[in-house]
Design a protein around this ligand. Sequence first.
Ligand code: ADP
Length: 334
Amino acid sequence: SSLLSGELIGDEEKKENIIRPRLLEDFQGQEKLKENLSIYIQAARERGEPLDHVFLSGPPGLGKTTLAGIMANELGVESRVTSAPALDKPKDLAGLLTTISPRTVFFIDEIHRLKPAIEEMLYIAMEDYELDWIIGQGPSARTIRIPVPPFTLVGATTKPGRVSSPLYTRFGITVRLEFYSPEELQSIIERSADLMEIRIKKEASAQLSRCSRGTPRVANRILRRMRDFAQVQGDGTVTTSIVKSSLERLEIDKYGLEKLDREILNTIITKYSGGPVGAETLAISVGEGIDSLEDFYEPYLIQQGFIKRTNRGRVATALAYNHLGLDRSDNENQ
Ligand code: ADP
């Protein structure tokens, strides 16, 4: 098909849907978490009750949205998806909660961004399956309680520290998603390749798994680009030489760092003498939004040991100097 046809975009979306795991057994890695969840799910299903409210935290692309969908499928119930910024007025939340079927999995993304009025409404809904609703105005205003069907709230966030404790303590199940190991990512890549009918050599998937930032979404995205390079520059099979040349083209290094990651390290070292530098200053210096800096770039750089977070800001480690081929003594003498 032509590169210019709109079909390709639609195709890409469809493929994204094909590879999204629907059941717990398709969800690769995170064994301990899966084991626990499957017990909670089975128990709730046997009792005919909604699953306890679930709090999911972790960097973007690790499977929070996917897990919410899986819980609904495994429970055999409906799922509803929204995000905190979309819940502007109490009636937005009430509109959703009064129209769900019993035991629905209600997913709220970016739960740390709820407005106070919505958050308070949610406390009562989570505890009593009721909504506090104000009718009338001025002195004649009064509050009534409206029942809603029992439901499971799944709240997801990349910033668990920003969630208030009254909200946090109302979740019975808390799950912290961690970066995936290369072995786990390799099985994700191989499963996706299978579903997308991409031929990939074992050594090539192993190589990709090591530069996917511990993140399934990144692994799948890089895999799709590899398919393009293999198709146009090779014989359609993703081999180690395709991976090597494509990663160079994409400016992804052997640690999985992208151009902006290296810019962040370089900025801390050369502009701020190795740090500490505050996150906001750093975001402005590299021309990136503070949210994507804090949620996407930093966690992986910290996990890999390139930067450290201190009270006074971010500091580059010896590994960062080494990786960029810079001399640490230049900064230490200052
Ligand atoms: P989040 O909500 O945490 O940002 P998503 O649930 O949207 O992340 O996951 C991003 C993509 O990665 C999804 O399309 C899904 O196909 C894939 N994915 C995430 N976790 C897994 C996993 N454990 N196994 C297989 N694929 C996964």
